[in-house]
Design a binder for this molecule. Structure first.
Ligand code: G4P
Length: 528
């Protein structure tokens, strides 16, 4: 098959949601449709259950599982679908942000009763900034929830989206009768039987027909007609172009647990969701159908077994064909590397593959060559942009607790930071090292891994920091900037790429600083 055709048949996406909205259940149902798994329960949730004896031990346990769910690939109607895992636990939020640089579109899952939740807001904001096409799936319609119109309002307001429903629920919770598919012009009646692969679909091309009354009763039929009229009056008509440009988000309703509304979502998804998209590098825009291979590392997974300290680097293929045993240029190291056993991912297993195409993810065994954001090419010097760091939420000094093991400690910290486990800042004033994380649990993970994988011991000391802000002066030579550096000396640090960072100790002090130095910009991400 030609490169063009391979590209055309691929859809690489992520499912984002607040924990418990139904991401794992929906993923599983999608895999069932693809015939990739035979029964429900085959995909392990990689979320950390509340109340586990030790959250930390739970993380350790989950790490094993999460390699398996990093990429779930399957075929449906001759389309190759790659689902990239986006961890829901807040301690892994940074991992999820980075995965979003490797998807071509996303599905946002929202719980009909809970509406828009915090984690969803953050993740959708990242997608919006990058104009990633989004489809919204409102889940758990078998339960009592918010009124559909109220919920659509909430999504528009809290998430800043422009929505248009492509399906509409008939009743909800106890009264849930089914779904009218605006996109396909048919009705699915809800039986509550999740064992059925595909629900009965009844064509209804004309809502005013009395067939509708017979199907769902007079009251529900009248209500549906009114609601669909309202939908047509309020919301813009679906337009694929706007969806692909991130300007319009279609909405589906359903119940993942009951396998209801999922096929409609999937059928529409493969029709409208983008094939692998061009990607901007620092040097130029790279198109997927260019014959030469390029790709970038968006995730690194370390092996927890101290006897096998190899890691798996996940590469998203952007252009050309990736082939086994072919030397590729590791641009940052200016060195050619060959991979004898690249892994491709399927529903529940990984396998060595000879060839992969744009949109695919390959896992490369790595002994420490890669860090997140690295680019591989056939020889061209290219650097893919767009794996920003976000300001951590927690900050602590890290100290060496075993003076004999300083070298091991630094190597360990270095490698863990390359993996993206946390962020390291070095204070300008005294060179002390500060670890910033999204979740407090990461400190335990780092301590444990330093000890077990590198034989080094560390201790932490509290440090009062509210946010790390990447600093961009309008004029680096101005008196204003010089004064800022002098006055705020003890709050200034460097990140791993030697970029200047201001560690603000409170939101108030950040505000005051912004007011006092109006010609300096303070960013919450390292890329601006
Ligand atoms: P997550 O990955 O987004 O965190 O959510 P997950 O799929 O694990 O779903 C969270 C809970 O919501 C699960 O229940 C799941 O069974 C339930 N759920 C998912 N979709 C639906 C739906 O359409 N209707 C209803 N009523 N429930 C749904 P749990 O009790 O937390 O877990 P489990 O013991 O069932 O696995």
């Amino acid at each position: 098959m030609s490169l063009e055709k391979e590209i055309k048949k691929r859809r690489t996406f992520g499912i984002i949601s607040h924990p418990d909205a139904g991401k794992t259940t929906l993923t599983e149902k999608l895999l069932l449709f693809g015939g990739a798994i035979q029964e429900a329960g085959a995909v392990k949730s990689n979320k950390i259950k509340k109340g586990a004896t030790s959250d930390f031990m739970e993380i350790e346990r989950q790490r094993g599982i999460s390699v398996a769910t990093s990429v779930l690939a399957f075929e449906y109607n001759n389309i190759k679908i790659n689902i990239l895992d986006t961890p829901g636990h807040k301690d892994f939020a940074e991992d999820t942000f980075r995965t979003l640089t490797a998807v071509d579109s996303v599905i946002v899952v929202i719980d009909v009763a809970k509406g828009v939740e915090e984690q969803t807001e953050k993740l959708v904001e990242v997608c919006r900034m990058r104009n990633i096409p989004m489809i919204v799936f409102i889940n758990k319609l078998d339960r009592e929830g918010k009124d559909a119109f109220d919920l659509l309002d909430e999504i528009e307001q809290k998430l800043g989206l422009t929505v248009t429903p492509l399906s509409f629920p008939i009743g909800m919770g106890y009264d849930f009768k089914g779904i009218y598919n605006i996109w396909e012009k048919n009705i699915n009646l809800f039986t509550g039987d999740s064992r059925k692969d595909i629900e009965d679909t009844i064509e209804i091309s004309d809502l005013s027909s009395s067939d509708l009354n017979q199907l769902i009763g007079d009251k529900a039929a009248d209500k549906l007609r009114e609601e669909v009229e309202l939908v047509e009056g309020i919301y813009p008509e679906f337009n694929k172009e706007d969806y692909l440009n991130g300007k319009l988000q279609p909405v589906f309703f359903g119940s993942a647990l009951n396998n209801f509304g999922v096929r409609e979502l999937l059928d529409c998804f493969i029709e409208i969701a983008p094939q692998p998209r061009p990607k901007q590098s620092e040097e130029r825009l790279v198109l997927p159908n260019e014959p030469k291979f390029t790709g970038f590392v968006f995730k690194i997974h370390a092996n927890m077994d101290p006897n096998h300290r190899d890691r798996l680097a996940f590469i998203k293929i952007v252009s050309g064909k990736f082939e086994r045993n072919t030397p590729y240029l590791h641009v940052r190291h200016n060195k050619k590397l060959k991979f004898s056993s690249p892994n491709a991912f399927f529903a529940e297993k990984k396998e060595i593959v000879d060839v992969s195409y744009p949109g695919d993810i390959v896992g490369l065994h790595d002994t420490g060559n890669f860090k997140i954001g690295d680019t591989l090419t056939e020889g061209e010097v290219l650097n893919y942009k767009g794996i920003p760091s976000f300001s951590p939420e927690h900050f602590r000094y890290i100290n060496n607790a075993d003076p004999m093991k300083a070298k091991q400690l630094f190597k360990g910290i270095d490698q863990l930071m390359d993996e993206g486990v946390a962020q390291l800042f070095t204070l300008d004033l005294n060179g002390r090292k500060v670890i910033g994380t999204v979740g407090a649990l990461q400190y335990e993970v780092i301590q444990y891994r330093l000890e077990h994988e590198y034989g080094a011991k560390c201790s932490y000391e509290p440090l009062n920091v509210y946010k790390a802000c990447w600093v961009e002066p309008d004029n680096p030579k101005s008196e204003e900037f010089k004064e800022f550096l002098r006055v705020k000396q003890k709050f200034m640090a460097r990140d791993k790429h030697d970029q200047l960072v201001f560690l603000a100790d409170s939101s108030f002090s950040l505000q005051m600083t912004q007011q006092k130095y109006p010609n300096i910009k303070f960013h919450f991400t390292s890329e601006y």
